[in-house]
Design a protein around this ligand. Structure first.
Ligand code: PLP
Length: 423
């Protein structure tokens, strides 16, 4: 297969998912439907009174965890002048500035921690779903949660999302950090009282070790990025928020106005959950593509080979080293590969060298500071309307080649808002 040769050679490439099929809004996928996304959304809402107190930066929005969606005309014009060729509107989803986590990991990680907090307190008879959860912000609850440990393996951002939330609830938190994790992320966590364990090896190893350690301890929860449903459906709630933002901006999404998403991908949970959510709302009118570094195209590899989590990038001779630390994952989530089979439009890979250029342009054209991993989606703007790209075949097959002037493109910018030099 062509695509596997491209991946093996570390070339930039585009993969189209041959198993994508037509889906209608609210259609169940592998047994999972709209109710799961809605339940996650409701859990976030129940906890808003706690979030607003524990993280005062969210108080103005009463504990809502939200980020901006805005048009980036300057950036689009500049990229078009330099070889991209987008005729529709280009928006940026600014998850780099989601509160608490400063990355796309906020919705997934915080949701899973809240699910654990809710379940343990309910089992102990301390909390009812109809109550005001503001009461969780108290010494009584902190003392209760301090009897439990939450552990997670992370390249950095998941650790921040889970670590900060769990620590403020009162949990004992251990984050198992892969060698790719940046120093400032470890410092930030230590300053919140989180225990950081550092590994020489990669993400897969940090996860495996964390899982083992957690199993040996009593009252310890391991948050498993490779298989977690609570993470996945937490991420999916982004779609409900963005649909409101699009409506407020009077941007239609329908047969004549296709919506394209470009989502940076590591293990697959965040872009997978977001894709699930958007397909639940917009069905065939949304087209979701994942962006991966050429050295860690783990999800493309898992899906294109049909092997899911049974194959890793080292198996095809890649070294798995990338400066995009948030995407430095060699083996994809098997759960996400299964969920994406009927939904994902495709994916593309990106050279590391390009990331700093987009990061710099965002700084001076749009006034945003973000991390390198956050920028990978911009590559989609160079491919989508390029006649020579496999995207051309995709647009034909979907019958939308003539509608691209009415299309909306969302480049999902995923992290870096808490970087020491971010703004
Ligand atoms: C984690 C992360 C992603 C991708 O999420 P996965 O769930 O690992 O696929 C993208 N961008 C940034 C900045 C991240 O931290």
């Amino acid at each position: 297969m062509d695509i596997l040769a491209d991946l093996r050679n570390g070339e930039e490439t585009v993969w189209l998912n041959p198993d994508k099929r037509s889906v209608v809004p609210r259609e169940k996928i592998n047994g999972y439907g709209f109710a799961r996304m809605k339940a996650a959304q409701m859990r976030f809402m129940r906890f808003m009174p706690w979030i607003a107190q524990a993280f005062p930066e969210t108080a103005a929005k009463k504990g809502l965890i939200e980020s901006g969606l805005f048009e980036i005309t300057n950036m689009r014009d500049r990229l078009n002048a330099e070889g991209a060729g987008v005729t529709g509107r280009v928006l940026l989803k600014d998850d780099a500035h989601l509160p608490i986590a400063g990355s796309v990991k906020a919705r997934g990680g915080i949701h899973e921690v809240l699910a654990i907090a809710e379940k343990t307190a309910q089992n102990a008879g301390m909390l009812w779903p109809t109550e005001n959860y503001g009461k969780v912000y108290s010494d009584e609850f902190r003392e209760f949660y301090s009897r439990y440990t939450i552990q997670v393996g992370s390249t950095g951002n998941l650790g921040i999302s889970i670590g900060r939330t769990a620590a403020r609830l009162g949990f004992h938190v251990i984050v198992h950090m892969s060698s790719d994790a940046k120093e400032w992320k470890k410092e930030l966590l230590r300053s919140e009282g989180v225990t950081v364990v550092e590994y020489e090896g990669d993400y897969t190893e940090a996860v495996a070790s964390g899982r083992r350690q957690s199993e040996m301890e009593e009252n310890s929860f391991f948050i498993d990025d490779e298989n977690s449903e609570d993470l996945f459906f937490g991420y999916s709630t982004a779609a409900m928020r963005v649909s409101v933002q699009l409506r407020k901006m009077n941007i239609p999404v329908d047969r004549d106005h296709p919506l394209f998403l470009y989502l940076p991908c590591g293990v697959g949970g965040a872009p997978g959950g977001i894709t699930f959510g958007f397909k639940q709302l917009y069905g065939d009118n949304v087209h979701c593509f994942f962006a991966e570094p050429v050295q860690t195209p783990c999800l493309t590899l898992g899906m294109a080979s049909g092997k899911g989590a049974d194959i890793c990038v080292q198996d095809i001779g890649l070294d798995g080293r990338t400066i995009a630390d948030g995407l430095a994952v060699g083996r994809p989530s098997g759960f996400v590969c299964d969920m994406m089979k009927p939904l994902l439009s495709g994916s593309f890979t990106v050279f590391d060298e390009r990331l700093a250029d987009w990061q710099e342009k965002l700084r001076y054209l749009e006034g945003m500071g973000v991390e390198l991993s956050a920028c990978a989606g911009f590559r989609g703007l160079y491919e989508v309307e390029n006649e020579e790209s496999r995207f051309a075949e995709y647009l034909q097959k979907e019958g939308i080649a003539e509608k691209m002037e009415q299309a909306t493109h969302i480049v999902w910018v995923t992290g870096g808002g808490l970087m020491p030099d971010a703004f």
